[in-house]
Design a protein around this ligand. Structure first.
Ligand code: SF4
Length: 170
């Protein structure tokens, strides 16, 4: 059974992307950002192992209240293989997928076929908020991101044009 190490789950959130969204926090992160807001979730053993079908059932129970699902953490790309499968199921439900990552978009593209599941996960993400949290660039006034170095990226448009295209529809 395909499982994820889950650090937390919100059924309805208004602050992790546009509209009402479910938010899945996966455990484990090596970025070690100074001022990390989810420090406990850096631990790869934090939380509990949950079958992705159970996560999907919980998400489906909340449709049509939610318009999408946000993947956060921790570092989602550390569990890319199984998270990519869940993201595909979520897309099949007609929901959009946002994902927060400490990696930059360019780094992910460079390593797309070097790390298991990265290509599949990226292909099932609509919007990627990329880059580490940088405390000296942090502001409360930034919409959907913690520091100004982070970018809100339209993944499909970026793949198509082979350059970073920002997501404008916020
Ligand atoms: S990427 Fe996120 S979870 Fe990981 S150390 Fe940075 S702020 Fe914390």
């Amino acid at each position: 059974m395909t499982k994820l190490q889950v650090a937390g789950f919100l059924d309805n959130s208004l602050s992790n992307g546009p509209g009402i969204r479910a938010v899945l926090f996966v455990a484990g992160c090596n970025h070690n950002c100074i001022g990390c807001h989810n420090k406990a979730m850096q631990d790869f053993g934090y939380g509990e192992e949950v079958p992705i079908v159970h996560i999907l059932d919980r998400i489906k129970n909340n449709v049509p209240v939610i318009r999408g699902v946000t993947l956060s953490g921790g570092e989602p790309f550390e569990q890319a293989e199984n998270l990519g499968k869940l993201a595909r199921f979520i897309k099949n439900e007609g929901l959009d997928v946002w994902c927060y990552t400490g990696y930059t978009y360019e780094y992910i593209i460079d390593y797309l076929d070097k790390f298991k599941g990265w290509r599949d996960l990226l292909n099932n993400i609509d919007v990627l908020v990329d880059g580490k949290f940088e405390e000296d660039k942090a502001s409360e006034n930034l919409k959907y991101k913690g520091s100004s170095n982070q970018r809100i990226i339209d993944v499909k448009a970026s793949i198509l044009s082979q350059e970073v295209m920002l997501f404008e529809n916020i």
